[in-house]
Write a protein that binds this ligand. Structure first.
Ligand code: ARG
Length: 447
C-alpha cells in the first residue's frame, strides 16, 4: 500500500480515505498528461534557481517523458491506495529514480498543481471545441447559401407569421455560433494564464521564476497575485462552463427546430435515414433521437455553470476541498459537447429541405404583410393598408402574390453571409493556440 504524500505517523481511517478521495482516481486521469507537463516546467525552473542539479533535471525530465507517453497511450493508472494524479507521478519518479523524485515538489503544493493541470487541460479542450464549432459554422453557412432561395414559414408564438427562408434558418445558427465563439475566446484568454508558483495559495520563500514557467508552458501571462491565482479555482471552470453553455444553447435550439421541422406535420426538412432510429413496435418509425439527445445533453451543459456556482458559492479566499467536486462535472463535459457538435455537423450537412413548402395554401396568410407593404409603397398609409388587408382576409378575399422582395441587410434576399463569415474568421484569428502547442512540444523535446 502506497503512503499518502502527507502521511507521517498516523494512518488515515479507510472510510475517511474513501470519502475524501472520492472520484479523484478516475477524474485525475483526464489531467495526467498535463500534470506531467506542469512538473516538467516546474523542475526546469527549479534547476535554474539551483534547487536541482543539471544531472538530476535530465534524469527527471527523461522519466517524466516516459510517464507522459504512458498517459498519451491511455495506460496511466492511479494505483490502489494512491490519492491522486499528483501523488502517482511523484511515486513513479521516486520508485524509478529514488531520492531525486522526492525533490520535485519544492516550491509547490497540490493546490497549484491541480490549478495548473486544470488550466492546461481546459485550454487544450477549448481548442478542440473551437475547431468543432468552426466546422459546424462552415456547414451551416454552406447550407444557407445553397438554400438561400427556398422559402419557409416564419413563426411567432408558433403561429405562421411571415415568409422566412432556409438561407435565414441555417445562417441564423451560424451567426449564433460566431457570438458563442467570442465568449469561448474570452474564456480561453482567462484560462490561458499561469497559476504555477502560487503553491498552496500564498507563494513560496524559494525564489521561483514564474515568468520562466509561464514561457515554458506557453501561457499568455501569469495569474500574478498568488491569492488571486488560487481564487481562480472554480472561477475559471465557471467561466469556461458559461462559454460551453452558450454553445450548447445554440445547439439545443437548433436541435429542437430540426425535430419539429422533421415531423410529418411540418415536413420542412428530412433527416438522412441513416441518422434516424427505429421503433421496436411501429415499423414505420424514423425517429430523430440524435437531436433529442443533443437537446437533452446540451440542456444539461447549460446547467453546468449553475452547478459549479453552487459548489463554489460563498467560499472565502484560500483553497478548500469543495473545489475537488467541480472536476466531476466539469471534466467530462467537454467530450459531451464535442460529441453534440460533431453529430450536429454531420446531420446538418446531409439534411434535405422541402423546396415547396409554401405552395400549400395553408401558408397563404404569411404573405399578408407583403401585401400591406405593397399597398403602402403605392402610397396608402400603412395603418389603412393594414386594415384593408385584415378586412380582406376576414371576408375571404385575400389571394396573395407569393413573390418576396426583402433586400435589407440580414433579410431573405441579402443574407450577409460574407459578413458573418468575416466576423467568425476575425474571432478565430484571435485565438493563439499555436503558442501553447509549440511550448508543449518544445518541453517534450518533440520539436
Ligand atoms: N484532489 C485535490 C483537488 O482536486 C487536490 C488538491 C489537494 N489539496 C489539499 N490541500 N488537500 O482539489
Amino acid at each position: 500500500m502506497a503512503q499518502k504524500l502527507w502521511e507521517k505517523s498516523v494512518q488515515v481511517n479507510k472510510n475517511i480515505e474513501r470519502f475524501t478521495v472520492g472520484l479523484d482516481r478516475e477524474m485525475d486521469l483526464y489531467l495526467a498528461k498535463y500534470d506531467v507537463l506542469g512538473s516538467m516546467a516546474h523542475i526546469t525552473m527549479l534547476e535554474s534557481i539551483d534547487l536541482l542539479t543539471k544531472q538530476e533535471l535530465t534524469q527527471l525530465l527523461a522519466e517524466l517523458k516516459n510517464i507522459y507517453a504512458t498517459a498519451e497511450k491511455g495506460e496511466f493508472v492511479i494505483e490502489e491506495g494512491v490519492e491522486d494524479v499528483h501523488s502517482q507521478v511523484e511515486l513513479l519518479l521516486t520508485r524509478k529514480l529514488g531520492d531525486v523524485g522526492k525533490k520535485i515538489h519544492s516550491g509547490r503544493s497540490r493546490n497549484d498543481q491541480v490549478l495548473l493541470d486544470l488550466k492546461l487541460f481546459t485550454r487544450a479542450e477549448i481548442k478542440e471545441i473551437a475547431e468543432s464549432v468552426e466546422q459546424l459554422f462552415h456547414v451551416l453557412i454552406r447550407q444557407s447559401e445553397r438554400y438561400k432561395n427556398v422559402l419557409m414559414p416564419g413563426y411567432t408564438h408558433l403561429q405562421i407569421a411571415m415568409p422566412s427562408s432556409f438561407g435565414l434558418w441555417f445562417g441564423a445558427y451560424a451567426e449564433s455560433l460566431a457570438d458563442d465563439m467570442l465568449f469561448l475566446q474570452a474564456a480561453f484568454k482567462m484560462c490561458n494564464r499561469n497559476p504555477l508558483g502560487s503553491a498552496a495559495g500564498y507563494g513560496s520563500s524559494f525564489p521561483l521564476n514564474r515568468t520562466m514557467t509561464t514561457q515554458l508552458l506557453g501561457f499568455d501571462s501569469l495569474d500574478y497575485n498568488v491569492v488571486y491565482a488560487q481564487m481562480g479555482r472554480g472561477k475559471m471552470e465557471r467561466n469556461v462552463a458559461f462559454a460551453m453553455a452558450t454553445i450548447a444553447g445554440t445547439l439545443s435550439k437548433m436541435a429542437f427546430d430540426a425535430c419539429l421541422f422533421n415531423s410529418q406535420n411540418f415536413g420542412f426538412v428530412k433527416l438522412p435515414d441513416e441518422c434516424t432510429t427505429g421503433s421496436s413496435i411501429m415499423p414505420h418509425k424514423k425517429n430523430p433521437d440524435v437531436f433529442e439527445l443533443t437537446r437533452a445533453k446540451c440542456n444539461k451543459i447549460q446547467a453546468l455553470p449553475q452547478q459549479i456556482m453552487m459548489i463554489a458559492n460563498n467560499l472565502p479566499s484560500g483553497y478548500f476541498r469543495d473545489l475537488q467536486i467541480i472536476k466531476e462535472i466539469f471534466l467530462p463535459a467537454f467530450q459531451e459537447l464535442k460529441d453534440c457538435l460533431d453529430m450536429a455537423t454531420y446531420i446538418m450537412d446531409k439534411i434535405k429541405v422541402n423546396e415547396h413548402i409554401l405552395d400549400d395554401d395553408k401558408y397563404q396568410l404569411i404573405f399578408s404583410v407583403e401585401e400591406v407593404n405593397r399597398l403602402a409603397r403605392e402610397g396608402m398609409p400603412f395603418r389603412d393598408a393594414y386594415k384593408k388587408v385584415g378586412l380582406d382576409i376576414e371576408a375571404g378575399n385575400f389571394s396573395p402574390n407569393k413573390e418576396v422582395h426583402h433586400t435589407h441587410e440580414g433579410s431573405i434576399g441579402n443574407l450577409c453571409n460574407d459578413e458573418i463569415s468575416a466576423l467568425m474568421q476575425q474571432i478565430v484569428n484571435g485565438f493563439n493556440f499555436h503558442c501553447m502547442e509549440t511550448a508543449e512540444s518544445v518541453l517534450l523535446g518533440r520539436s
